[in-house]
Ligand binder design. Structure first.
Ligand code: 6CS
Ligand code: FE
Length: 301
């Protein structure tokens, strides 16, 4: 058995990034499944699948009635968001709303969704830990205006810019609309979560003001992506509104723009282990704002 070094005992950063002149592939040092015998709703086959692929597709987890209520609430938030209040991101080439962040702090409806055992149960099982919401958002991907999300590992940004120490974090994406091949579905590279890609390029100041519209730093080089895709291919789970994709924080993912005439909206909750609290950023001078990286650790129950 390979012994993992406790995060608090690490003397060097295994996940340094944005410092070398060429990209590098480094081995992940953290477990993916933290305790195979932890209780929860997933079968042992599903746990093994998550460990192998770095994601799991759970079709039809929420009913059509539930998601239409969530979508209505999401649209209402976008219509009424006060201009001066942080958390709203517009599309790079139009005024259409791209994302709204930190829903767990502004919406009782979504806070309740983020405590739902259908979402929390599987994540607790894989991470074998109590959880808090590190980040939450809606990506609206509006009809025709909704631009791509370039390939990235979320952990790379959360480590470098937010000070997240270890890979003990899982995102869940709830489809608020159908996801199909025409509307820019989430694409993932199976198995990519086991390799940490060190990215090229320095972090500019206030990087998030640019990266949330169109990310160019903290993204894999062409050859790095080619290597991962050679090994694992690309999948795009598609399905009805109410379906859920849960994926590891280091799984390489992205999505194309939405050229269809209807929106493709997803609700995201990012659950971090309470044992993996944020510290100082590992590669940026200032930590990012709270709406991107929650520092108030409130266990979900
Ligand atoms: O920077 C972030 O934290 C966010 N940006 C992207 C492109 N994905 C993850 C996260 O929402
Ligand atoms: Fe992402």
């Amino acid at each position: 058995m390979i012994m993992q070094t406790a995060v608090s005992e690490r003397t060097t950063d295994p996940y340094y990034s944005r410092v070398t002149e060429t990209w590098e592939a480094a081995e992940r040092v953290d477990p993916v499944v933290w305790d195979h015998s932890a209780p929860g709703p997933l079968s042992s086959e599903q746990v093994d699948q998550f460990e192998r692929d770095g994601f799991l597709f759970l079709p039809d987890l929420f009913s059509q009635g539930e998601v239409s209520q969530f979508l209505g609430h999401a649209e209402e938030l976008a219509r009424n968001w006060p201009e001066e209040s942080p958390g709203l991101v517009r599309e790079p080439e139009s005024q259409a709303v791209r994302s709204i962040f930190r829903l767990h702090a502004v919406s009782d409806t979504f806070q309740k969704v983020f405590s739902d055992p259908r979402l929390v149960g599987p994540v607790q099982q894989i991470l074998a830990s109590d959880l808090y919401v590190h980040q939450s958002r809606i990506n609206y991907k509006p009809a025709m205006d909704g631009k791509e999300f370039f390939w990235h590992s979320d952990f790379e940004t959360w480590h470098v810019e937010d000070g997240m120490p270890a890979m003990r974090t899982i995102s869940v994406s709830v489809f608020l609309t159908e996801s199909n091949e025409f509307n820019g579905p989430l694409m993932l590279v199976p198995g990519s979560h086991k390799t940490f890609i060190r990215c090229v390029g320095e972090t500019p100041e206030n990087h998030h003001e640019q990266s949330l519209k169109r990310q160019q730093i903290g993204v894999p080089s062409r050859d790095a992506l080619a290597k991962l895709v050679d090994e694992g291919g690309i999948v795009a789970p598609k399905g009805a509104a109410g379906s859920v994709v849960m994926f590891d924080c280091n799984t390489m993912h992205g999505s194309a723009g939405n050229l269809s005439p209807s929106p493709r909206s997803n609700l995201f909750a990012v659950y971090n282990s309470v044992h993996n609290e944020l510290g100082k950023p590992f590669g940026a001078s200032e930590p990012r704002p709270d709406f991107l990286a929650e520092r108030n650790v409130k266990t979900v129950e």
